[in-house]
Each structure stands twice: as structure tokens, then as C-alpha cells.
Design a binder for this molecule. Structure first.
Ligand code: AMP
Length: 583
């Protein structure tokens, strides 16, 4: 028997194989905060990284979004934070403002039980005022994009002289966006004695060089994933935003022919809230998580076995080793932080030689995980469509028919009611079909039997999420990108050129960050000796151009303006067609 197949009463809650956050060295208010967030066990990257960072060593971690890497570096920083120090102690560099904001939010949630911890996002496109006043008041953690951090360093408004922790998040993305030089300059402007953690989804030579040059005796951490899945399990996925998950799930539950189901979520709190929502929608659902006492957990599992309960909403820990033949479906309401958990989760169905169904909800940002799942399971999950309202209605009508047929089978009870109905028909002179319809109204109550497909906002929203996005990094390379035609672009002049050793990717990186542009918003980039011409969307909003005006590249203000005279084309120089900035 493998550990995975261990019976439920041997769950690994207190198994030494999976240390808890406490054993990793997380204590006090930080531990309390993650408990309140409902994190039960550290993800593999957290289990490997947290003790190393707390021990003072540098770390190079191969990890992507969704693995829990943010907590892997944020928790050790907060654990050792000196709130009395007024100058920044930790700096996190991130490739985009979205990621910077996300990391800030994570830090704030992990620091929610600490007093007076200040975390500041610093990114392009935002006014300097807010950033400057916050820096003056004193912040402990700064999370920013390299370009804007460089600007603050150039202006002398960011004091890194007492920095203790530096994190490079999504390092490969930062380099792809042309921030290599900025990152190196920032690294060079920080104190010798500091701890550095570098996280990257891939390890190209350039990142290895960076790590060798700026990190000391770093521990390399890669979280390996195990392979092996049952081929009797059909894997499907639906791309759906977080906000639409509950509605999408309800629709799937209506249409899908399931027996027993286990729905996985990330946190303990979510098991409770989702189970509650499902009960409110008429399903017999219960939550199981590490906090639910063992006796109660076993009771729920037995109820699922006996058919008294149809759905269990669980965390990974609570469902470890669960072996219930009746489970026909596993739903990953949240996709797990590692493929090993994925494999274990879907293995809860298809037991005892039966077939099983696994349905995973994937947010648009998590699309890249599909590749990992395919590798780990050696099967390609198929994309599913959200059932439409018509599908739901067809199912509801079929169930309605079935219910009538089943009731007609109860001859004794039917016999008793037949007399009562006959009496009614005779006294009121109403056709029997009308009486049957009236009884259906009574049985149905206030809820309409059928949905109105004219009001199907959910299908439209999910379809939008399922359409490939222009700036979707996770899209398979073979899928053609949308290209604009030449007329869709307007040339802009920026005051930085070959003399300043600027490269196209630096321009793309800086403008994308400041203006919130996607990579495909860029047409040709023509680098001249003293300036450059960049093609940007012709229909670009004036507010975007406003934001771009303050952009600096390698410390130089670019002073972007529409290129009227196109002097670049008169000097006879060849137009370098910019390489499309594919990944
Ligand atoms: P990240 O890879 O840092 O973007 O994290 C992905 C998601 O996993 C975030 O929503 C985190 O809140 C969540 N998360 C991180 N660590 C854990 C954990 N140990 N248990 C449950 N959820 C986690």
C-alpha cells in the first residue's frame, strides 16, 4: 500500500512526513495569520524554502505562480522583521504591476496579526506622490517593478542602505521584459550583507549567471512532481474566473450525471463556505478539513458511502487516502499548488475498477498548469464547455419526467390520490391535465422549473475567459497570435537610442509596465542613434500616453510623443523589424 492509499484514519495531519508550518519555524502572529487564512499544510516549495531562508541561506527556487512561492519567501521575511527599523528591510522585485500588487496583498494578509507592518507597492503608471509620502513615513517591505525602483534610486528617494532581504520574483519574466540591467543595478546598490532569494519558472543560462554573481552559497530548490494516474479517469477542465466558480459549479452539478462527488478547495475556510453554498442550493454537501474532528470526518465519509450525502468539500489533507467507490466525480474547484496533489486528488475517483471523472477549474492566469498536469498524468485533459441554460433546462425536464414515472410506480399511494383527484375533477369541472399542472406548481414552489436562456450572463463571461487572450503567457507556442495590420499602429518617438545602448525588449518592458500595455500592442521598434520610433496602437487612449510620459529607461526620461516628421526614415537607415516578443 502506498502512503497515498493509506486509509482515512491514518491521515497525515500529524504524520512526520509532512511538517506543519510550525515545524518549519513559523511562529507567533505569522503562524496565526496563515492559520486564519486556512492554510493547512505547507506546499512543497514552502516546505523546502522556509527553513533554508530562516537559516539565513540564499535560495534559488524553480517555481511558478500557483505553487505557493509567495508565502515561501514572504513568511520567512515577516518572521524575522524588525518593525522598529524605519528604512526598508525587504525588497521584492516583480516583472509586472499586477504581480507586484498581488505580492503586496499576500504580504499584508500574512502580516495581518502583526502590529504596524507597512508594505508598499512601487510600480510604474502610478503617481510618485503616494509612493514618496509612504517612503517618507517609513515602510518595511517594498514590492516593485525594476524600472520604477530604479527611478526612486536615481532620485534618492528609496534608501536601501539597511536592506536585509531581497527577492527576485519571476526572474525569467523580468529578464524577458528587458529588466536585466535594472535588476543588476539594483542588486549592486544593495548592502553586501543581505539574503537573496531568486524564484524563476525556468532556469536559462542568464539566470544562472545572475545567481552565481549575486547570490552566495545558494541552495537550489526544485520541486519535483510524481507521475502516475489511472487511465480510467477522464480529465476535463474549464477556464473560469474566480468570481464565476460557484455559479459554474452549480450548473455543472445540474447537468453532470454524478453519484458521489468530492470537491477540492485550497483552504479550510473555503470547505465550509462552499459546502454551505451548495446546501443552500439544495445539495447534500458536507465539509471535511483538518480542523474537523476525526470522528466527524469519518461520519461524513460513511454518509457519503451510504448515499446519505452526495458531496464532500475537502482540503488535500482531509481527503488523503479517501477510498469510496461511490465517488464518480472529483472537482478541483481550486487547482492544487503542485501536480503531486493533483494526481492524488483525481485518484479519489475511478476506484475498484470503475471509471471516474475529474473536472478542474482553471483561472485564466493558471492556464500554464495544464502542461504540467499533462506531463504528470501523461494524459491531455480536454477542455469542457460550460453547460448552457438550455442544457440545464433539458436535464430538468428529463428529471421531471423521471420523477413522474417513478411516482406512478408507487401504485398504493397513487390509488389513494386517484380518488381525491377524481373528486376534484367532478366537482370543479376542470380537465385532468390542468389539475396535474396545478399540482406541479404546488410541488415546484416558488423556484421556476426552467431558466430563461435570454438572461445567460454566466455563459458569456465564461466564454470570454475561454477565449485565448492576447497577452496570455501560458498559451501554447503553436497557437498563432493575433496580429494587427500596419494601419492599426501609430509611430511614437522616444528620446533614447542606440547611443544609450537601449534594446527593443527594454522599451517593450518599460512601456508595458508604465502604460499597462500587452506585448502585442507593440508594432515595429526602430532604434536610431539618438532616439527610437515605437509603433503603438492607433486607438490608444490619451490617458495611456499620459502615463507613458514619465517613463524612464535606464534612468533616462523618454519624453514620448507622436512622431510627426518621421525623421528616422529620412536618414536612410534600415528599419529593423522588431522581433515579436514571444516568450
Ligand atoms: P502563489 O503561488 O504564491 O501565487 O500562491 C497560489 C495560491 O495558493 C494563493 O492563492 C495562495 O493564497 C495559496 N496558497 C499558498 N500556500 C498555501 C498553502 N500552504 N495552503 C493553501 N493555500 C496556499
Amino acid at each position: 500500500m502506498t502512503p497515498e492509499d493509506a486509509p482515512l484514519n491514518e491521515t497525515a495531519d500529524d504524520s512526520p512526513a509532512i511538517p506543519g508550518f510550525e515545524e518549519l519555524g513559523i511562529t507567533g502572529p505569522v503562524l496565526k495569520a496563515i492559520r486564519d487564512l486556512g492554510y493547512e499544510t505547507p506546499s512543497p516549495i514552502q516546505a523546502a524554502t522556509i527553513p533554508t531562508l530562516l537559516g539565513g541561506r540564499d535560495v534559488v527556487g524553480m517555481a511558478q505562480t500557483g505553487t505557493g512561492k509567495t508565502a515561501a519567501f514572504a513568511l520567512p521575511v515577516l518572521e524575522r522583521l524588525d518593525t522598529a527599523q524605519k528604512t526598508p528591510q525587504a525588497l521584492v522585485l516583480a516583472p509586472t504591476r499586477e504581480l507586484a500588487l498581488q505580492v503586496c496583498e499576500a504580504f499584508e494578509s500574512y502580516a495581518s496579526k502583526m502590529k504596524g507592518v507597512h508594505v508598499l507597492p512601487v510600480y510604474g503608471g502610478q503617481g510618485y506622490g503616494v509612493q514618496l509620502s509612504a517612503l517618507r513615513r517609513g515602510v518595511h517591505v517594498v514590492v516593485g517593478t525594476p524600472g520604477r525602483i530604479m527611478d526612486h534610486l536615481a532620485k534618492g528617494t528609496l534608501d536601501l542602505s539597511e536592506l536585509k532581504y531581497l527577492v527576485l520574483d519571476e526572474a525569467d519574466e523580468m529578464l524577458k521584459m528587458g529588466f536585466a540591467e535594472d535588476v543588476e543595478q539594483i542588486l549592486a546598490q544593495t548592502p553586501e550583507e543581505k539574503q537573496v532569494a531568486l524564484f524563476s519558472a525556468t532556469m536559462p543560462a542568464q539566470i544562472r549567471r545572475l545567481a552565481q554573481k549575486y547570490l552566495r552559497d545558494a541552495e537550489e530548490i526544485t520541486v519535483k512532481s510524481k507521475t502516475a494516474t489511472n487511465t480510467n479517469i477522464t480529465q476535463r477542465y474549464l477556464v473560469v474566473s474566480y468570481q464565476q466558480k460557484v455559479d459554474a459549479l452549480t450548473r455543472i452539478l445540474e447537468v453532470e450525471n454524478f453519484d458521489g462527488m468530492i470537491i477540492f478547495v485550497r483552504t479550510k475556510n473555503e470547505t465550509e463556505t462552499l459546502a454551505e453554498k451548495l446546501r443552500a442550493r439544495g445539495y447534500s454537501a458536507a465539509a471535511i478539513n483538518g480542523d474537523v474532528p476525526q470522528v466527524q470526518r469519518e461520519r461524513s465519509v460513511n454518509q457519503l458511502k451510504d448515499g446519505k450525502l452526495d458531496i464532500l468539500v475537502a482540503t488535500d489533507v482531509a481527503a488523503r487516502g479517501l477510498d469510496v467507490e461511490r465517488i464518480s466525480h472529483v472537482v478541483n474547484f481550486d487547482i492544487p499548488t503542485d501536480t503531486e496533489s493533483y494526481v492524488h486528488r483525481i485518484g479519489r475517483t475511478g476506484r475498484a475498477g470503475r471509471t471516474g471523472d475529474a473536472i478542474s477549474f482553471i483561472t485564466p492566469r493558471e492556464r500554464y498548469l495544464l502542461g504540467h498536469i499533462e506531463k504528470a498524468t501523461r494524459q491531455q485533459p480536454t477542455q469542457m464547455q460550460l453547460p448552457t441554460m438550455e442544457d440545464v433546462n433539458t436535464t430538468r425536464l428529463a428529471r421531471f419526467d423521471d420523477a413522474i414515472t417513478a411516482a406512478l410506480g408507487e401504485s398504493e399511494r397513487i390509488e389513494k390520490f386517484r380518488d381525491i383527484i377524481g373528486h376534484y375533477v367532478r366537482n370543479h369541472d376542470v380537465p385532468e391535465a390542468d389539475v396535474a399542472a396545478a399540482l406541479a406548481v404546488v410541488a415546484q414552489g416558488e423556484t421556476p422549473l426552467l431558466l430563461d436562456p435570454a438572461n445567460d450572463a454566466l455563459t458569456a463571461a465564461v466564454e470570454r475567459d475561454n477565449r485565448p487572450r492576447r497577452d496570455d503567457r501560458a498559451r501554447p507556442a503553436r497557437e498563432p497570435r493575433e496580429r494587427r495590420s500596419r494601419g492599426d499602429y501609430t509611430p511614437y518617438r522616444i528620446e533614447i537610442g542606440r547611443r544609450h545602448r537601449v534594446e527593443p525588449r527594454q522599451i517593450v518592458g518599460a512601456l508595458a509596465n508604465e502604460g499597462g500595455l500587452g506585448r502585442d500592442d507593440f508594432g515595429a521598434i526602430n532604434i536610431k542613434p539618438d532616439f527610437s520610433i515605437v509603433e503603438l496602437p492607433a486607438n490608444m487612449d490619451a490617458s495611456v500616453l499620459d502615463k507613458l510620459r514619465d517613463t524612464r529607461i535606464s534612468g533616462r526620461l523618454i519624453e514620448i510623443k507622436a512622431d510627426r516628421g518621421a525623421p528616422g526614415r529620412r536618414d536612410g537607415e534600415r528599419r529593423d523589424r522588431k522581433p515579436r516578443h514571444r516568450n
